[in-house]
Design a protein around this ligand. Structure first.
Ligand SMILES: Nc1ncnc2c1ncn2[C@@H]1O[C@H](COP(=O)(O)OP(=O)(O)OP(=O)(O)O)[C@@H](O)[C@H]1O
Length: 344
């Protein structure tokens, strides 16, 4: 895989094993990811594909039952090799994370303002007064009305959308270089979801914060990210620009995900779900892990499938794990104005 010199984060050959009552199981298999400073990468795949475990590995938040192999280079330093105090200095201040459910991340016994100020003061040497002012400004910039009053509110006094805004404020107040957002908008309705994605896009552009956005929904990722990596059953199966993923996916799984996404422009075609389900880690087949659900599977697909790093005739980076890539004319979504599609 190609790594650019300006990469903020490079995940190299990341594998995650989990000990279970029946023995150790490999859940994530040789994942490579790269995020440049200020860029936004989407990580998509159905539930159970290993997206959250990959994200947690980046911040070393995996449960004790997990064993990790590979490298997670942040500004060239391997996070997996850091001592705990060095790791603490990175978490929150240089890399922060937004979780799916804000009530699990916000402490119910402290006010929102206290938690914001404490987060800022944990990473920056500022007085209580300055922390309070900066927290109120942060609440304002995430669109919380009457931020001075809301500074003294508790999480349960806020709506779901407001809590998620507070989470964004908490994640950004220390001005991290990388934000990992794991399904940040699943718990809110679709109007709020659009507002939160627009807010994340605006704040990350203003502050130059890079983002890894995790979602099962390509439509969410397409709002924010110019590059996408697709995960299936613990492996990356396709990686390229968002526009290529949408218009000309090279892996049958990606094509299925794109075709199944609600709210994309499918030009009146019916939404098609992908039949079947993601196999459990203990039942991964030899060869392509998608073969049992793939309409294009052949005998070859039972053999090991490497991630091929470049697809002929495509100017941009495009890797795919499918022995039939290039042979298949897979449908994506119809984009009304292909000229308007972002360039890689
Ligand atoms: N602590 C654990 N012990 C054993 N297996 C686990 C553990 N945590 C997760 N898994 C398994 O790892 C696989 C990947 O889980 P992960 O949560 O990373 O997937 P995901 O793609 O983020 O899905 P979701 O969107 O549902 O969170 C799943 O099959 C899950 O059952």
């Amino acid at each position: 895989m190609y790594f650019g010199s300006d990469d903020l984060l490079r995940v190299r050959d990341l594998s995650i094993y989990m000990s279970t009552p029946t023995g150790e199981v490999q859940i994530v298999d040789g994942v490579n990811l790269q995020v440049a400073s200020g860029a936004a990468l989407g990580l998509i795949g159905e539930s159970g594909s290993g997206k959250s475990l990959t994200a947690m590995a980046i911040l070393r938040l995996l449960p004790a039952a997990a064993r990790v192999e590979g490298e997670i280079l942040f500004r060239g330093v391997d996070i997996l090799k850091l001592r705990s105090e060095e790791l603490k200095a990175i978490r929150g201040s240089q890399i922060s994370m937004i979780f799916q459910e804000p009530m699990t991340a916000l402490d119910p016994v402290f006010t929102v303002g206290y938690q914001l100020s404490a987060t800022l003061r944990a990473h920056h040497d500022v007085s209580r007064r300055v922390a309070r002012t900066r927290s109120i400004e942060m609440l304002q910039s995430v669109g919380i009305p009457d931020p001075t009053r809301r500074f003294d509110a508790y999480a349960h006094e806020l709506s779901g959308g407001m809590r998620q805004r507070v989470m964004i404020a908490m994640a950004l107040i220390a001005e991290p270089e990388l934000l990992i957002a794991d399904e940040p908008t699943t718990a809110v309705d679709i109007t709020i979801q659009a507002q939160l994605l627009a807010l994340l896009a605006q704040l990350s552009a203003e502050r130059g914060t890079a983002i890894i956005l995790i979602s099962h929904d390509i439509a969410v990722v397409a709002e924010l990210c110019s590059e996408v990596s697709v995960m299936y059953a613990g492996q990356i199966v396709e990686s390229t620009t968002t526009d290529t993923i949408l218009v000309s996916p090279a892996h049958p799984y990606t094509s299925g995900l794109v075709r199944a996404a609600p709210r994309m422009e499918n030009s009146g075609t019916r939404l098609e779900g992908i039949p079947g389900r993601v196999p459990m880690p203990a039942e991964y087949p030899a060869g392509c892990r998608f073969q049992a659900r793939c309409a294009h599977a052949m005998t070859h697909c039972g053999e090991p499938q490497p991630l091929v790093g470049h697809i002929a005739f495509q100017p941009q980076r495009h890797s795919v794990r499918c022995c039939r890539h290039g042979e298949l004319d897979l449908p994506g979504v119809v984009v009304a104005d292909p000229e308007a599609v972002r360039s890689p």
